[in-house]
Write a new protein. Structure first.
Length: 135
């Protein structure tokens, strides 16, 4: 695994998480652009992982994911102007949900829309198998 691939994976994940955080805020301003960015970043992550299955361990590292989350929260706060306390301290999404085509987060008083039964990227385990990665 090259350092540039790892950096790109973490950057893509950070953009994805930031847009997942912004997605429900506020619901009446939700547009196609944010949804398109989420779909694009999911596709970009999948394209990085398929030829480089050794990158999978980066996503399996809770410290890496939490670091990405903290940075994504900082960006989401700058873009949406909510109080920092609007966002949980710990990442509220599992990596498999973040990457699942049908997952769309909602505010805490409403349940998240679950991933569809047949998303292109259902779980990290499925992608790991596809890539031939076995830690």
């Amino acid at each position: 695994m090259g350092a540039s691939e790892r950096r790109e994976l973490l950057n893509r994940l950070q953009i994805l998480v930031m847009h997942l955080l912004k997605y429900p805020y506020p619901p009446e301003r939700r547009g196609k652009r944010g949804k398109l960015t989420i779909v694009h970043q999911r596709t970009a992550v999948e394209r990085l992982l398929k030829p480089s299955p050794s990158l999978m361990h980066v996503l399996a590292n809770p410290e890496e994911v939490q670091d990405v989350y903290r940075k994504a929260v900082a960006e989401a706060v700058l873009e949406t102007d909510p109080d920092r306390s609007v966002f949980p301290v710990e990442c509220p999404y599992g990596v498999a949900d973040m990457l699942a085509d049908g997952f769309w987060p909602e505010w805490p008083d409403r349940p998240a829309v679950p991933a569809s039964p047949t998303p292109a990227l259902q779980t990290l385990e499925n992608l790991s198998s596809e890539c031939g990665y076995h830690p």
